[in-house]
Design a protein around this ligand. Structure first.
Ligand SMILES: [Zn+2]
Length: 287
C-alpha cells in the first residue's frame, strides 16, 4: 500500500538522516528502486515528473504499476508515490489518480499567488491524508544570473509557505537540476541555516541531488534537509551500463537481444546507484 511521505520525513528530520526521492521512468526503474529500498530496509519516495507521467501513459497507469509491484514483489518498506514539480492542474490529477504525495511547484508565481494556491492544496491533501511539498522561488536576479550559481530562496518567504502547513518544503540553496557546471559555486549553507532556523521542524527538500559531493550532502542533512531528489544520476548509470552491453556486442550473442537481458545491466546499475544514495543519506534500516 502506498503511504504519505509525512511520517517517514518527520522521522528523518528528527533522526538527522534523509529519505531519497528517486524518479521513475518505466517498469525497470520502479522495480530497481523498490527492490533496493526493500533490501536496505529504507523508506522510499518514487518521484514522477509530468513528462514521465505522460511517457508512462498517465498517472493511473503508474498507480496501478506501483501498487501491483508492491504486492508482487512483497515490498514491506514505506513507499510514497509523489508528483515531482507539479503544476496546480497536475497536482489535482495525481490526487484523483491515487498518488499518496504531490509537489505543487508554485515557485514561478509571485509569492502571494504561490501562498494562495499552496494554501488550497494544503486543505485538499489534509482531507485525503496525502503529503504535500511546496517550493519557494528564487530571490534577486543579478548575481543569480551568473552561470554556476543555482537559485537561492528568501528564508522569510520559506517561513510563509511552511506556516501554511505543508508537509515538506523545497527551497533553492544554490542547487541545480541535472549536471552541475564545472564552475558551480556550491551549496549555500548560510541560507540553509537561516531557512532551518525559521521553519523549525519542517522537513526541507534538496532538489538536484546528482553530482553534489558527499560531504556537502552530509552537511545539508545536518542542517535540516530530510528529502533528497535523485534523477539524473540513475539515468546516467542506466545509459552507461546499456552502452557497455551493446558495445560489447552482447545483444548479438545468443538471445542477448531479449529485452529482459538487454535491460538487465542498466537495471542493475540503477540498483547500485540507489544503494549508494541510501547509504549516503543514512536511511538504511529506518523502515
Ligand atoms: Zn526538482
Amino acid at each position: 500500500m502506498l503511504v504519505s511521505a509525512k511520517e517517514m520525513l518527520n522521522k528523518a528530520k528528527a533522526g538527522h538522516y534523509a529519505v531519497g526521492q528517486f524518479n521513475i521512468n518505466n517498469l525497470e526503474w520502479t522495480k530497481a528502486i523498490l527492490l533496493t529500498a526493500e533490501e536496505m530496509k529504507s523508506p522510499v519516495i518514487l518521484g514522477v515528473s509530468e513528462g514521465a507521467g505522460k511517457y508512462m501513459c498517465g498517472y493511473k497507469t503508474i498507480v496501478g504499476m506501483v501498487e501491483g509491484m508492491i504486492e508482487g514483489l512483497s515490498i514491506t518498506v514505506p513507499v510514497a508515490l509523489h508528483l515531482d514539480h507539479g503544476s496546480y492542474e497536475h497536482a489535482y490529477k495525481c490526487i484523483e489518480a491515487g498518488f499518496s504525495s504531490v509537489m505543487f511547484d508554485g515557485s514561478k508565481y509571485p509569492i502571494e499567488e504561490n501562498v494562495e494556491k499552496t494554501k488550497e492544496l494544503v486543505k485538499v491533501c489534509a482531507e485525503k491524508g496525502l503529503s504535500l511539498e511546496a517550493e519557494v522561488g528564487a530571490i534577486g536576479g543579478e548575481e543569480d544570473g551568473v552561470v554556476g550559481n543555482g537559485e537561492v530562496a528568501d528564508p522569510a518567504e520559506c517561513k510563509m509557505i511552511a506556516d501554511l502547513g505543508v508537509t515538506m518544503l523545497a527551497a533553492g540553496i544554490g542547487n541545480i537540476h541535472g549536471k552541475y557546471p564545472a564552475n558551480w559555486a556550491g551549496l549555500r549553507f548560510d541560507t540553509l541555516e537561516k531557512i532551518s532556523e525559521m521553519t523549525g521542524d519542517m522537513p526541507l527538500v534538496l532538489h538536484g541531488g546528482t553530482g553534489i559531493p558527499a560531504d556537502m550532502i552530509k552537511k545539508a542533512i545536518s542542517l535540516g534537509v530530510s528529502k533528497i531528489n535523485v534523477n539524473t544520476e540513475c539515468q546516467l548509470a542506466f545509459a552507461d551500463a546499456t552502452r557497455s552491453y551493446i558495445e560489447a556486442g552482447k545483444d548479438r550473442e545468443g538471445k542477448g537481444f531479449d529485452p529482459r537481458k538487454l535491460l538487465a545491466p542498466g537495471t542493475e546499475a540503477i540498483k547500485a546507484t540507489v544503494r549508494e544514495k541510501i547509504e549516503l543519506f543514512g536511511s538504511a534500516g529506518k523502515a
